[in-house]
Design a protein around this ligand. Sequence first.
Ligand SMILES: NC(=O)c1ccc[n+]([C@@H]2O[C@H](COP(=O)([O-])OP(=O)(O)OC[C@H]3O[C@@H](n4cnc5c(N)ncnc54)[C@H](O)[C@@H]3O)[C@@H](O)[C@H]2O)c1
Ligand SMILES: O=C(O)C[C@H](O)C(=O)O
Length: 311
Amino acid sequence: MKITVVGAGNVGATCADVLAYREIANEVVLVDIKEGVAEGKALDIWQKAPINLYDTRTVGSTNDYSKTAGSDVVVITSGLPRKPGMTRDDLIETNAGIVKSVTDNVVKHSPEAIIIVVSNPLDVMTYQAHLSSKLPRTKVMGMAGILDTARYRAFLAEALNVSPKDIQAVLMGGHGDTMVPLPRYTTVGGIPVTELIEKDKLDAIIERTKTGGGELVKLMGTSAWYAPGSAAAQMAEAIVKDQRRVFPVCVKLEGEYGIDNCYLGVPVILGKNGIEKIIELDLNDEEKALLNTSRDHVKEVMDVLDKLNSK
Ligand SMILES: NC(=O)c1ccc[n+]([C@@H]2O[C@H](COP(=O)([O-])OP(=O)(O)OC[C@H]3O[C@@H](n4cnc5c(N)ncnc54)[C@H](O)[C@@H]3O)[C@@H](O)[C@H]2O)c1
Ligand SMILES: O=C(O)C[C@H](O)C(=O)O
């Protein structure tokens, strides 16, 4: 199996490292536009192999997509990260151009690849990759839900003083402040979370989750990479190993949840064909209203992208 990661910055290099040391693929190709950076990071990861004991080959490339040919999965992380004071949507103009050109190159050399988009604004960059690649919606998806649920699970584990391994959760909607964590679908070792934590504490955790990306941007001056890179690698693993894992993933909705032509995070089964199935939960009125608010926001940003593309 061969996986390409485009963008050898913080998220891309972390993702490539996880793919390599966990031996998720035989070959990982890292691509960047900055001369030598991808080659250097790929070499550094390869030199870690004798220490951490793995045999995944890591290859770097400065914008030479012939090295990516025949990839099974391509993770797109190229693009600007936000700085303090910015929203993810502020990145749209620059990152749309980058995602468009990268996707064109990816598809030329790996027409069968499944594409996982990470660049922000996530839902709309997934739309851009879908437009550029012309691939079916099952093969173009965005990573955000695994990261957002991981933040929610980590905060809950801390509050309850339990292992994060035992917290299961579903989160839906766009990757922004309108995301929709679902306490009704959150369990701790099988026990509904609402039986273990007071409502005000849970509400505070939900609010912290919604702004979890911004919390890190404020602390570091740029956005997060360890959890995002690992989350993208986990999606690639589910695909190349045909694991049929159930994850929240950004996908184009075509009528599911009563929503049409919008890229939103929903629970799916992820396997060798990409999105194997979209799982439709029976949401209550309050949850549906929150999801529709999230849809409205993403649709507005999709419209901005359509206008940029028609210039
Ligand atoms: N979906 C999510 O949950 C999530 C999480 C974290 C970061 N992100 C997003 O991922 C993106 C990358 O974040 P980062 O922290 O790794 O940024 P970074 O600046 O560390 O890395 C980005 C890399 O992309 C490269 N690049 C730019 N244009 C390119 C092109 N045309 N071809 C190839 N490479 C190109 C840059 O040279 C740089 O090395 C940002 O847009 C960020 O907002 C998304
Ligand atoms: O917050 C950001 O800008 C990056 C990413 O979307 C995140 O949630 O960490």
